[in-house]
Design a protein around this ligand. Sequence first.
Ligand SMILES: *Cc1c(COP(=O)(O)O)cnc(C)c1O
Length: 230
Amino acid sequence: MIHENLSRLRERINSACARAGRDLREIAIIAVSKGRPLEQIKGVIAEGIHDIGESRVRETLPKYNALRHMPRLHGVRWHMVGHLQANKAKAAVGIFDLIHSVDSLDIAEEISRQASRIGKVQDVLIEIKTSPEAAKLGLRPEEAVEAIKQMSGLKNINLKGLMTIAPIVDSPEKTRPYFRRLRQLMDEINEFRIANSELRILSMGMTDDFEIAVEEGATMLRLGRAVFEG
Ligand SMILES: *Cc1c(COP(=O)(O)O)cnc(C)c1O
């Protein structure tokens, strides 16, 4: 099933790329495996996926420990896509290659502090709340520039890009303005050199809306159901 899912997904991503004049190689599939067993993670890795996304540190630790000693799996990169609490920052920097969900200066500072203790520079994305729903996490676009300026002074984090979660809507097309907003924000930050290096990653697009996200410039798609469910 995972094999068929991935070939269908790659075709759909390819078509979205063709519509947008983009190159398929600019786009990584992050297989979001929260709530799914180790065997299924091994299954996606066997299909050539190297990026695994999880949303809870506590759930990731046993999966990470089970996989890290398997030589064939050394190239796997772990992505934290869920909200990170300060008391989990230490464990998170020990596991994750990229934390997508930095949503405050406080958590950025804690990540940097914990990373410095183990001599790591942690790659992170800043989560942006592109839609006004109260429930959503992330920095508001108006707050982002100032926060990113401050985060740029932290020695042990490396700002790589932005992430957003589109609101739940009744047709994928309605997500387009949120993805476009994220892209514009990244362009502004780069144009005015707000961050200490150029931001290049746009983590946006999930099972229900990834084609629109590709058309709007996504470089990382976070896909759960489309990868694992038949
Ligand atoms: C679960 C999750 C995903 C994957 O969602 P699907 O709709 O199953 O593709 C992506 N991003 C985040 C932050 C998630 O929590």
